[in-house]
Design a protein around this ligand. Structure first.
Ligand code: AMP
Ligand code: ZN
Length: 466
């Protein structure tokens, strides 16, 4: 059955055909490792996992690269502000490399909890400086780059068309541009491909332009080319990447090699919280660990992501996530019942479910529709091993680790916390945020009396039954 994917480039759902036989080459923009990734970021990586699994389910083999941004991503996606890594390093009194190492490990721990299939190649920006430098030189040689006293800029006016991915027109971009950082820029919408390092900058390398470091967009252009070639199949990221990061990646590849680097550009809509933007100032930037503290497993969050198609906004609420946790528990229980069932079900019915599921996932990854089919099957009055096997087969796409259902249910019994204890944990968390250590300690003692030991670790609070 044909896989159809929506392409931001032509704003259409097209039949997907790989460029090179059975192998699909994918590049995904990965995390900037200056702090913990939040659940919004993970919506994008859950999508990435779905894409991988759907393609594999259809018999394709994958060559998939995901980058780790550990240099060059400034505070704005444009050229304003400090490098996020250096800023975090100063704040935490560590080196940018220590920061990167710590948050990269934390990121992959969460990815594992989410049962996200790891891309074949993980590429760190700082380990690819020579590739990026070569790319930047090529851009300059071809007449698309120019030097100012602070950076090497890409001259966007040299391109036949810019932008080509977003609807935004350049005039609007110029009008919307904030105060110029560098008055030497030829056009307000030119962007830095290489940045001259100020005296106190830690991450910097020798280059024809002195000690300097790459601009954020360059790493994805250089590393995708290195591992996947000048033109590959699919490029993924969140919708925020459309107007700047991916637009500029395309500009760079056209400047260096005259080609748009990927055939299909796929973008995930944003996860919102309580109907609005996630932001540190609103205190609603949640991590996977914070969900776990409230009794919501990472896999329940994954299931929550399947309540909306990846191209529509998804509104996160704790009530919604808790419903997904309950739904996941029910799905596991159903799976076990079917596993212990008989074989009394028509093969033709199984085939019908199989086809409907395939049709849903192949229609631009329609996971909400696919889940409807999964629920129908799981709720079947006939309890059959054939259904359990089919659910396990579907789980190759869903990645909910259904085959280990029994283990999860056993573990849950061990750690199920009464509402009163959950409430106390919540109060203690608040007290700690407000630095009310006395109240925090009192609640800990209270919990101890109730038979629970609370510990504070780097990853957050943990609780164990005595
Ligand atoms: P960053 O670590 O900031 O480079 O972002 C990592 C990925 O998460 C990128 O693909 C972003 O587009 C994506 N992303 C950021 N915020 C959200 C959000 N609220 N919902 C979905 N994806 C997001
Ligand atoms: Zn990127």
């Amino acid at each position: 059955m044909q896989v159809k994917l929506y392409n931001t480039l032509n704003k259409q759902k097209n039949d997907f055909v790989p460029l090179n036989g059975n192998e699909v080459r994918i590049y995904s923009c990965g995390p900037t490792v200056y702090s913990y990734a939040h659940i919004g970021n993970f919506r994008t990586y859950v999508f990435m996992d779905n894409l991988r699994r759907v393609l594999k389910y259809n018999g394709y083999t994958l060559k998939h690269v995901m980058n780790i941004t550990d240099v060059g991503h400034l505070e704005s996606d444009g050229d304003e502000g400090e490098d996020k890594m250096e800023k975090a390093a100063k704040k935490e009194k560590k080196s940018p490399y220590e920061i990167a190492d710590f948050y990269t490990k934390a990121f992959f721990r969460d990815m594992e909890k989410l049962n996200i299939d790891r891309p074949e190649i993980i590429a760190k920006a700082t380990e690819h400086i020579p590739d990026m430098l070569e790319f930047a030189k090529k851009i300059v040689e071809n007449g698309y780059g120019y030097e100012t006293s602070t950076a090497i800029y890409f001259d966007v006016s040299k391109l036949d068309k810019y932008p080509i991915l977003s609807n935004r027109n350049v005039e609007d971009q110029i009008a919307g541009a904030r105060v110029e950082v560098d008055p030497e820029k030829r056009n307000p919408y030119d962007f830095a491909i290489w940045i001259k390092a100020p005296e106190n900058h830690i991450m910097k390398w020798e280059s024809p332009w002195g000690l300097s470091y790459p601009g954020w967009h360059l790493e994805c252009s250089a590393m995708s080319r290195k591992y996947l070639g000048e033109v590959f199949d699919i490029h993924t990221g969140g919708v925020d990447h459309i107007p700047t990061h991916h637009e500029n990646e395309i500009a760079q590849s056209k400047g260096a090699f005259g080609k748009i680097p990927a055939k299909v550009w796929m973008h995930v809509e944003f996860l919102q919280v309580d109907g609005g933007k996630m932001s540190k100032s609103l205190g609603n930037v949640y991590t996977i660990s914070e969900l776990e503290e409230k009794g919501i497993e990472a896999l329940a969050f994954k299931l929550f992501c399947y309540t909306a198609h990846y191209r529509t906004k998804l509104n996160f609420t704790f009530e919604g996530a808790m419903s997904s946790q309950k739904a996941l528990n029910r799905l596991r229980e159903s799976y076990i019942k079917h596993e212990n069932g008989n074989d009394n079900i028509e093969n033709s019915l199984i085939e019908e479910y199989k086809n409907r599921f395939l049709e849903a996932i192949n229609d631009d990854l329609n996971l909400p529709l696919a889940m409807g089919i999964v629920w129908e099957l799981a709720r079947s009055d006939t309890k059959s091993k054939k259904i359990a096997n089919l659910l396990a087969e579907f789980d190759k796409v869903l990645g909910l680790d259904l085959e280990n259902s029994e283990k999860y249910i056993e573990n849950q019994k061990k750690v199920e916390l009464p509402a009163e204890v959950l409430e106390l944990l919540e109060q203690r968390k608040k007290a700690r945020e407000e630095k009310n250590w006395k109240l925090s300690d009192d609640i800990r003692d209270n919990l101890k009396e109730k038979g629970y030991i609370v510990k504070d670790t780097k990853e957050g609070m943990t609780i164990e039954k005595i």
